[in-house]
Design a protein around this ligand. Structure first.
Ligand code: ATP
Length: 472
């Protein structure tokens, strides 16, 4: 753990360089990395696919120390391109009743204080001279009690392994999310760890949930993060939130996710591995922008450039964990790529990685295995979430995404593409889809103009089975 912590501390020195590589554009991509300029990379059909999704004992996760959980959540970060934390204003959210709580005297400390105390502030200096005013968030346990109406049921928004998540309204009207550790996660936080928190809090990206601060008070441990107001991707795929997502929206979400993870992996010479990429860790904004949350298991990639992995206790979520990581306990950025591949299948099918309710045996229960088998047989259209509209353009795009998913989930991690490569591929899929849809709508308009008939898109049966022919 000590080694891990020391790795974390080196991040900020290279932060600016990493920032520079990140595009301010929403679904755009990396700067200096123009999606339009990418030639259609096509797909190399060389990977072999024999997914071996396995269960991970979730109980093992509860043994994770508070330190480890916090360390990681911290990557939940911020938008590099705005001067202020993008917290929701009161008028955008249901009001939260704040009432007084009796609390022990709380003293404030600055983020630079070296004294042990119960309040921790994160200050961020912005390099942009137009945004010279650095901002500093200060939080006390008492304030958070008030902001959450004393951790009322009404303000409870979720429950995870770390603890309970609450919505909180700060005095300035901002809305944030507060993760309150269950007491078993308690423990004293060292100065070293506080310093680490300060460091990791500087990892910022539009598609990462911002870390705002933390509070340590008696046996209470609170992590304060940006509130993202439109539920998790899993809730949307389950249909418990919002309208059914169309494929183009899912593709945009995948691209947001790939940007966030590629950013972490490309974080200077000390990449960060998320380790728990899953649909319930993807939060959506009202505009369906995705933000990757919960660095619950994050840790840094190998510090030594010659080292190819870090050895670690296997952690993650059943169905998403890289089988090679499970087998060897050796973690690389390609373990995140595996989880991302599973997530791609989830986006296309709408199903969870493990569908316990679907009959006996592995036939349909292991979604990735099932879906890729269907694709290899030429039935990509069958695996599509039935709530999505199907056109030939969409089916063609789905096929490409499924091929990428097959590559990402290749048993041999050396065969898996880097996240940056995944981004390039998804950009090209989106570009092709948009062009195809524009052509179709132009043809439709033209057809109506000339003869009054409506445009009939090509049959979806014209699947390009050859895409999958080399996938085993
Ligand atoms: N920043 C946030 N903004 C809005 N809602 C959030 C936020 N963070 C978490 N939530 C809600 O709280 C729930 C629990 O989140 P948490 O990160 O603690 O656990 P989880 O990711 O669902 O599971 P696990 O602990 O296994 O990672 C989420 O599913 C989500 O509904």
């Amino acid at each position: 753990m000590r080694e891990q912590l020391s790795c974390h501390l080196r991040i900020p020195s290279a932060m600016q360089a990493a920032r520079d590589r990140t595009s301010p554009a929403g679904h755009g991509g990396f700067s200096g990395f123009n999606s339009e300029s990418q030639s259609d990379p096509g797909f190399s059909w060389t990977s072999t696919y024999t997914p071996r999704s396995r269960m991970v004992n979730r109980k093992a996760r509860s043994s994770i120390s508070f330190r480890e959980r916090v360390a990681a959540i911290l990557g939940s970060c911020a938008n590099c391109f705005t001067p202020r934390p993008e917290v929701k204003k009161a008028h955008e959210n249901p009001p939260i009743e704040a009432h007084d709580v009796s609390a022990s005297p709380i003293s404030r400390i600055s983020s630079t204080s070296s004294t042990s105390n119960n309040i921790h502030n994160i200050s961020r200096q912005r390099g942009d001279s137009s945004q010279t005013k650095s901002w500093q968030e200060q939080f006390s346990f008492q304030e958070i009690c008030q902001a959450t109406s004393n951790f009322s049921e009404q303000n409870k928004i979720g429950l995870g392994n770390f603890g309970t998540v609450y919505k909180a309204k700060l005095r300035d009207g901002s809305i944030i999310a507060v993760k309150r550790a269950t007491k078993m996660h308690g423990g004293h936080l060292s100065e070293e760890f506080r310093s680490e928190i300060q460091s990791l809090s500087k990892v910022e990206h539009l598609n990462l949930v911002k870390f705002l601060g933390y509070v340590e008070y008696e046996d209470e441990r609170l992590i304060l993060v940006e509130y993202v107001n439109n539920g998790t991707l899993r809730q949307h795929l389950d249909g418990s939130k919002g309208e059914p997502l169309e494929f183009a929206q899912r593709l945009n979400i995948a691209i947001d996710i790939v940007h966030a993870i590629a950013y972490l992996h490309g974080y200077t010479d000390h990449p960060i591995i998320h380790r728990d990429i899953k649909s319930s860790n993807i939060l959506l904004t009202e505009h369906l922008r995705a933000k990757v949350a919960d660095f619950g298991f994050a840790r840094l990639a190998p510090e030594n450039p010659e080292a190819t992995h870090v050895s670690t206790l296997v952690k993650g979520t059943a169905g998403y964990v890289d089988p090679e990581y499970l087998r060897t306990s050796q973690l690389t950025d390609r373990s995140d790529v595996y989880s991302f591949g599973v997530l791609l299948v989830e986006l296309v099918t709408g199903r969870r990685p493990i569908e316990r309710g679907r009959g006996r045996g592995r036939h349909q229960r292991l979604t990735t295995e099932w879906a890729l088998r269907k694709c290899r047989e030429g039935f990509a259209v069958v695996v599509m979430d039935p709530r999505m509209r199907r056109t030939s353009a969409v089916v063609a795009a789905v096929e490409k995404v499924m091929v990428l998913a097959a590559e990402c989930t290749a048993p041999d991690r050396a065969a898996r593409p880097a996240m940056r490569r995944c981004a390039e591929l998804l950009w090209s899929v989106r570009r092709d889809l948009q062009q195809e849809q524009q052509r179709a709508s132009a043809a439709s308009a033209g057809a109506r103009r000339h003869d009054g008939s409506t445009y009939a898109p090509p049959s979806v049966t014209s699947l390009r089975q050859d895409r999958f022919q080399n996938l085993r």
